[in-house]
Design a protein around this ligand. Structure first.
Ligand SMILES: [Zn+2]
Length: 412
């Protein structure tokens, strides 16, 4: 018997370690992600979704055939990612269900220093009476994005078992390696064969996100002048010290720690080098794509200024696009977000349109021709040991998915 409740599904998935690894050169980056993919395929088969499959890269695809008489209902898909963040251990997760939450601080038993405080997690105020699930203090929980997986899986179960819910063809996509920015590298868009979709990977119940950052990566390569340190007077220009000066001159008001809301930033993520040459890797982020160039020019300007004191040295900034704000694509198909907002309202929630200070699988899918906003999964404080989600918020996400299927059918 493989028919589980929503909560049971979630509690099963978080036990499977699916941490991705940015240093890996394979795809998926870690083979263990397939362990979860195989479980999901088995469960989909048990639900009666016979075409469910996992491919060589670890992607899971499945179809719920249409049950509507209408012939022009667009194919939509729902997407969640199977991997968890490399920032925090996902091995040996021990989920704890805090039944009927009463507003207290939640103590995580395996590490007394880990306390989820109401004062630091204001969204917990909306969880009074709910069943809040946390990890035990030494690992992340993995609600990002196993909450989304459980919700989509439960919605599949409901759709198959409630033929009175009319819908067009629904495609399911579960991706590996989202957390390391490779989630859609090997996705087969043709095979997915959909008009639009929704990632189920957002935070608070009721939220929908139609904007992500636009993102570039940049590498500043500094060439200095090497000399024997005993005889370097007046000759040596250390690339390491040039790199240090450039980093120190980056404006605070353009840093991750100095910005929020709709502000962008420039962020050095790694430095390497020796006397003769050094490299600084940056990520550049802004909601306004046009500002990315200005931010790159800020780095260039600082480098030029610093190099004035190093006449024999030089530098070069190489900029590579990473992903773009999906809003540009979604604005061409306003019904996709509109139906999402309506589905959230039909699930009796306050629908709120938000932006993410980051990217999603959907931001890249949107530019591959598959417009794909993000809908809440209920996951909170992700990528850390204090991650939590409530069963009731997950239930609302399932309802939202079902309403979305019905709305697309109604309007078809
Ligand atoms: Zn996620």
């Amino acid at each position: 018997m493989l028919n589980f409740t929503l909560k049971e599904r979630f509690l099963r998935y978080v036990l499977i370690d699916t941490q991705s690894d940015p240093a890996s050169l394979t795809f998926p980056s870690t083979e263990k992600q397939k362990d979860l993919g195989i479980v999901l395929v088995k469960e989909l088969h048990a639900i009666g979704i016979t075409d469910a499959e996992i491919d060589e890269f670890g992607y899971v695809y499945a179809t719920i055939p249409e049950n509507t008489e209408k012939s022009n209902v667009p194919v939509i898909f729902f997407c969640s990612h199977m991997d968890t963040s490399p920032d925090c251990s996902g091995s040996g997760v021990k989920p704890i269900v805090h039944q009927n939450y009463r507003g207290e601080d939640l103590l995580l038993p395996d590490d007394p220093s880990q306390i989820i405080k109401l004062a630091e997690h204001p969204d917990l105020k909306n969880q009074i009476g709910n069943d809040v699930i946390t990890a035990s203090g030494t690992t992340l929980l993995g609600a990002d994005n196993k909450a989304g997986l459980a919700e989509i899986m439960d919605a599949c179960y409901q759709l198959v078992n409630h033929p009175e819910i009319k819908h067009g063809k629904i495609r399911i996509l579960f991706t590996p390696d989202e957390e390391i920015g490779r989630g859609v590298d090997k996705v087969d868009i043709k095979k997915l064969g959909a008009y639009a979709g929704y990632t189920i990977d957002g935070e608070s119940a009721g939220n929908m996100e139609n904007e992500t950052f636009s993102a570039d990566g940049a590498r500043l390569i500094i060439k200095g002048i090497s000399a024997h340190p005993g005889f370097a007077k007046g000759k040596m220009e250390s690339a390491i010290k040039i790199a240090g000066e450039i980093i120190a001159a980056l404006p605070f008001e353009l840093s991750p720690e100095g910005t929020d809301g709709m502000q962008g930033f420039v962020h050095p993520v790694s430095v390497s080098g020796h006397v003769e040459s050094a490299e600084i890797d940056f990520i550049i982020r802004d909601f306004d794509e046009n500002k990315l160039t200005a931010h790159a020019n800020t780095i260039r300007g600082i480098a030029v200024e610093v190099l004035k004191n190093y006449p024999g040295s030089s530098c070069e900034l190489q900029v590579k696009p990473q992903y773009r704000n999906m809003k540009a694509m979604l604005d061409n198909h306003p019904e996709i977000v509109m139906y999402g907002m309506e589905a959230i309202k039909r699930a009796c929630l306050d629908a709120k349109l938000c932006s993410i200070r980051g990217g999603t699988d959907g931001s890249r899918l949107s530019f591959m021709g598959l417009p794909c906003p993000n809908i809440f999964a209920g996951e909170h404080a992700f990528h850390g040991k204090q991650e939590w989600v409530s069963v009731q918020d997950m239930q609302k996400a399932v309802e939202t998915i079902l309403h979305l299927c019905m709305i697309w059918e109604e309007r078809g």
